[in-house]
Design a protein around this ligand. Structure first.
Ligand code: TXA
Ligand code: MG
Length: 345
């Protein structure tokens, strides 16, 4: 399949033409990848079950793993799901933005989109490009992250071009995703709010609206056969081919550990830029995560995970992040990338 690759630019007319072409492709049942504030999405018409099947095929994704339905404005939510008072409070506080809410679905959303569940996940992106695309399509857009299943989610156009060229109709290439990890997913039911996936809207922020229960799949390892509330949380994800291991300990202990480990293996470590000096005397590869704050780490994590295999190491290490704020999302994605391997020092 030929894939149209269109670059957004500073000329509004050019961009509007791009969204016009993309909107038509979506209405006709085709697939378009697009930028968003979290990660790039791979969109299809959420009311068309054939488009949903195409999404699963293009990603190589199991069809029991439901898709998020993206809306241009929160007022549209009631058309696709049964909203309630708590939903509108979340919407008022955090939408548009990096949050997805799971609610009972309405008939018009096909079972293929929800993987057979009777709930649907809805999100209103804050990214202007994403919203313009949904408006141009005139239909809600079902969109998973625009990566091949199992790979890190794409945070820039190049990742999408690498993964999706030849598999979908069009790629809209825009800016790097601001946040860099996928949206927070929260389920609302009689038990109140349950966090299914941590993201840019943090537990601390959600807690201002009521109690939040954390699904155990976020920080724990599922037992064989156990099912998380968000089906996607059970799949191996984000993992580079190089073995990735998380280290939990002081810098002194980590230094000693790396120096021993480097005697037998070719190793690398992901560090903040200002930490590299401490470890640069060791015969190891140090890769910078950028500025020393958790938002920057979230922003660059997936790019780093994609690049790990280019360094020719046997093992890569990364320090366990602080789990507060967006750190919980960073910790959750790292755990999956590391196959839950943590060494306590
Ligand atoms: O930031 C994001 O959410 C990005 C951008 C493109 O919007 N999308 C994204 O989609 O991360 P995806 O498909 O990679 O992840 C969706 C997650 C999966 O873990 C899936 O199992 C869960 O949402 N999910 C979707 N519908 C659900 C439902 N009805 N109940 C529980 N979990 C659901
Ligand atoms: Mg994904």
């Amino acid at each position: 399949m030929d894939t149209i690759i269109s670059h957004l630019c500073s000329d509004e007319k050019v961009n509007n033409d791009i969204f016009g072409v993309a909107g038509k492709i979506l209405r006709d049942g085709g697939l378009v990848a697009f930028p968003s504030e979290t990660v790039y999405g791979l969109g299809g018409n959420a009311l068309d079950s054939t488009a949903a099947e195409r999404i699963y095929a293009a990603k190589g994704r199991p069809s029991d793993n439901p898709l998020i339905v993206h809306l241009a404005k929160v007022e549209d939510a009631e058309k696709y799901c049964h909203t309630n008072e708590l939903f509108w409070r979340i919407a008022e506080a955090f939408m548009p933005g990096p949050i997805t809410v799971v609610l009972p679905k309405r008939e018009c959303i096909p079972d293929t989109v929800t993987g057979g569940l009777d709930t649907v996940a809805v999100r209103v992106p804050s990214s202007e490009s994403a919203r313009k695309l949904i408006e141009a399509a005139g239909v809600p857009i079902a969109a998973p992250s625009a990566n091949i299943s199992g790979k890190p989610s794409p945070t820039c156009a190049d990742h999408v071009i690498t993964d999706m060229t030849g598999r979908i109709d069009m790629i809209i290439a825009g800016d790097e995703s601001d946040i860099g990890v996928e949206s927070t997913i929260v389920k609302i039911d009689d038990n109140g709010m349950t966090l299914l996936r941590p993201g840019g809207i943090t537990v601390e922020m959600l807690s201002s609206l009521g109690d939040v229960t954390l699904d155990s799949a976020i920080t724990g390892k599922l037992a064989d056969g156990e099912r998380p509330l968000a089906p996607g949380m059970k799949y191996r994800h984000y993992a580079p081919d190089t073995r990735l291991i998380m280290l939990d300990g002081s810098d002194e202990k980590i230094y000693e550990f790396l120096s021993r480990s480097a005697e037998t293996d070719k190793i690398g470590i992901l560090l903040f830029a200002d930490e590299i000096d401490k470890f640069s005397s060791l015969p190891i590869t140090c890769v910078s995560l950028g500025e020393h704050d958790i938002e920057s780490e979230a922003h660059s994590l997936f790019k780093m995970l994609r690049a790990i295999d280019t360094h020719g190491c046997d093992i890569f290490y990364v320090k366990v992040p602080d789990k507060t704020g967006i750190g919980l999302a960073v910790y959750n994605r790292m755990l999956k990338a590391a196959g839950h391997e943590i060494i306590k020092l």
